[in-house]
Write a protein that binds this ligand. Structure first.
Ligand SMILES: Nc1ncnc2c1ncn2[C@@H]1O[C@H](COP(=O)(O)OP(=O)(O)OP(=O)(O)O)[C@@H](O)[C@H]1O
Ligand SMILES: [Mg+2]
Length: 302
């Protein structure tokens, strides 16, 4: 049974300037709730442009998501995937364009859960699994912000769904990569998120852990949660996701993997880093574009 005040509150009072704390406390779960506007899409992005110090990271990106779909966001390094997620999550302001989540600006929405790229999280922050999952409840707690029994029930139930019940009290710096990702999924479940943005949750995981995460994402879809996953594995993107978005500063294509992964588009996205090899009836896409951690040079595209 998980009970008691989250130790993150104590740690926060210690004044730890932690990336994890900043990312999670300031994430949309800590913000106000807005009612969904009837007839609006879960996510509508139009003319989104982001510049860092004048340099374009995203250029006029527009798309819409349907509720409950599982979307893979692929593209080369520096293609703008993380930037896109940060803007949708409301932690980064766009230079131009609009984002609406059920008709509202992203900052107003409790229903978005954002899981940053692993390298952007300070894993030494003194918190355990239950603490981080409880952070998902912050936006739903009452004025006093004190966890009630329903909050603890949601935390416990979410941790069970992702198979981490035995590790609920384990410090987050003692988790494997796959367990860390499952913890963040539990946090999104506890938050009762409707749109989940996961930045490279599969990178650096072994095949079994990847399959575990994908199975849990499938369960989220069954609950009607819309999930966007940034990733580098084109084969997994093609096989396990409803739609694929190919991003290289501009949105090169979005649709089924057959529509998106055409030789022309892949060459446009990956340029000299991607070699296309005809193998019987199949096209083999051999990529030497590199992921941050544990990259496998080469991806098979059925
Ligand atoms: N805070 C920042 N300040 C300045 N430039 C930035 C910042 N964050 C990202 N960029 C630049 O914006 C571009 C897009 O970066 P982004 O991290 O969104 O790409 P990505 O597709 O997520 O890449 P990766 O696959 O390597 O994670 C890159 O050229 C990057 O150097
Ligand atoms: Mg990134």
């Amino acid at each position: 049974m998980i009970q008691g005040r989250p130790s993150t509150a104590r740690a926060g009072r210690r004044g730890a300037e932690s990336t994890l704390l900043r990312t999670l406390w300031k994430s949309p779960s800590a913000r106000r709730r807005d009612a969904h506007r009837p007839g609006t899409s879960i996510l509508e992005v139009s003319g989104l442009t982001v510049r860092y110090d004048g340099r374009l990271a995203l250029d006029d990106v527009s798309f819409q998501l349907k509720a409950g779909e599982l979307v893979a966001v692929v593209g080369p390094n520096a293609g703008g995937k993380s930037t896109l997620f940060k803007v949708i999550a409301g932690v980064l302001q766009p230079s131009q364009g609009q984002i609406h989540v059920y008709g509202h600006e992203p900052g107003g929405h409790i229903c978005i859960a954002y899981v940053p790229q692993r390298s952007q999280v300070d894993w030494t922050f003194p918190a355990n699994v239950a603490d981080v999952v409880m952070m998902g409840r912050i936006g739903r707690m009452g004025l006093l912000g004190w966890p009630q029994s329903r909050d603890w029930e949601m935390v416990r139930g979410s941790i069970e769904v992702v198979g981490l019940a035995e590790l609920a009290r384990r410090p987050i710096d003692q988790l494997s990569g796959g367990q860390q990702q499952r913890m963040f999924i539990a946090r999104a479940l506890a938050q009762e998120a409707e749109l989940m943005l996961m930045d490279e949750p599969l990178t650096g995981l072994d095949v079994t852990s990847q399959q575990d995460i994908l199975a849990i994402l499938g369960q989220l879809r069954e609950r009607g949660v819309t999930v966007m996953v940034a990733m580098h594995d084109l084969k997994l993107a093609a096989e396990r996701f409803d739609r694929v978005m190919l991003l290289k500063r501009r949105l090169l294509a979005m649709g089924s993997s057959e529509q998106v992964f055409t030789p022309d588009r892949l060459v446009e996205a990956y340029g000299g880093h991607l070699r296309l090899v005809q193998a019987g009836e199949e096209m083999l896409a051999v990529s030497d574009t590199c992921c941050e951690e544990g990259a496998e040079p080469g991806e098979r595209l059925a």
